[in-house]
Design a protein around this ligand. Structure first.
Ligand code: PGA
Length: 259
């Protein structure tokens, strides 16, 4: 795992944008996108580069990590809507190429299998963006999720419902069920880029980076991935025992290895 600690949230977004640009420079690219608060600064930076520097997404397609079960696509808090409002409606990606699990499917289990098949048919995800929950989840893979799980129906942890209640009128309005890419699905992406900012994520980051690989910290599965990059600010890094070494290793990276 490559750990990059930056002073501020803006620095995290800027470095993450640099990494994404490398992939967008390819002839075609399949992006894995995430919702939540953390990626917003990155999305704003990519939109800025699109508007001011000609960065194009016309040759990109995208798959979202997850979706609430029971919310219509046009519901303001569905991830179908959220990713468009916050990112993809502001760039030149083909809207039909922005895919998310079908939260209204009559048979969510079948929709989950179809989603994994759609990712495979696209040739897999080249670069997957991730946030991390305070309980160590990635996507909506809550603690206890199998490290080899596929896209499937999950029940949210009450803590996740409390964390996400800020986006709804009340916690009672947060859907209890979701469709999420599994940990096995996520780790098939060619590159994983996990972002975290703020002290509230420090314990989850320490468990992910320096704790054991365990289903009880789903993000720890990144330790098993050959190309996982964790970009965090000083606050999110504040509980890492080896922070000095991560700084040192990054500062001494050969130029060709730099993101
Ligand atoms: P956040 O959510 O970016 O809104 O903190 C991250 C997550 O729950 O995966």
């Amino acid at each position: 795992m490559e750990i990059i600690i930056k002073p501020t949230e803006a620095d995290v977004a800027s470095l993450a944008a640099d990494i994404f640009v490398q992939y967008l420079n390819r002839e075609s690219v399949t992006l894995g996108l995430a919702t939540g608060s953390t990626p917003l600064a990155l999305y704003r930076e990519l939109i800025r580069r699109h508007r001011e520097e000609g960065l194009s997404f016309a040759h990109a397609r995208a798959f979202l990590l997850d979706e609430y079960v029971g919310l219509a696509p046009q519901h303001p808090q569905s991830y179908y809507r959220t990713i468009r409002d916050e990112f993809t409606a502001h760039i030149d990606i083909d809207d039909a190429e922005v895919k998310s699990p079908d939260g209204l499917a009559a048979h969510p289990g079948e929709a989950a299998i179809a989603y994994d098949q759609a990712i495979a048919a696209a040739g897999g995800i080249d670069i997957q963006l991730l946030g991390i929950g305070t309980d160590g989840h990635i996507g909506f893979n809550e603690p206890g999720s199998s490290l080899v799980s596929r896209t499937r129906l999950k029940t949210l942890h009450p803590q996740t419902i409390r964390d996400n209640a800020r986006f709804f009128e009340s916690a009672a309005d947060v859907p209890i069920h979701v469709l999420t890419q599994g940990l096995g699905t996520i780790t098939e992406a060619g590159r994983l880029v996990l972002l975290a900012t703020g002290e509230g994520k420090a314990a989850a980051i320490a468990a992910m980076v320096e704790g054991p690989v365990t289903a009880f910290c789903p993000a720890s599965v990144l330790q098993l991935h050959p190309h996982a990059t964790v970009v965090i600010d000083e606050a999110a890094a504040s509980k890492l025992q080896f922070a000095e070494y991560y700084h040192y290793a990054y500062d001494h990276k050969p130029a060709w290895q730099r993101p």
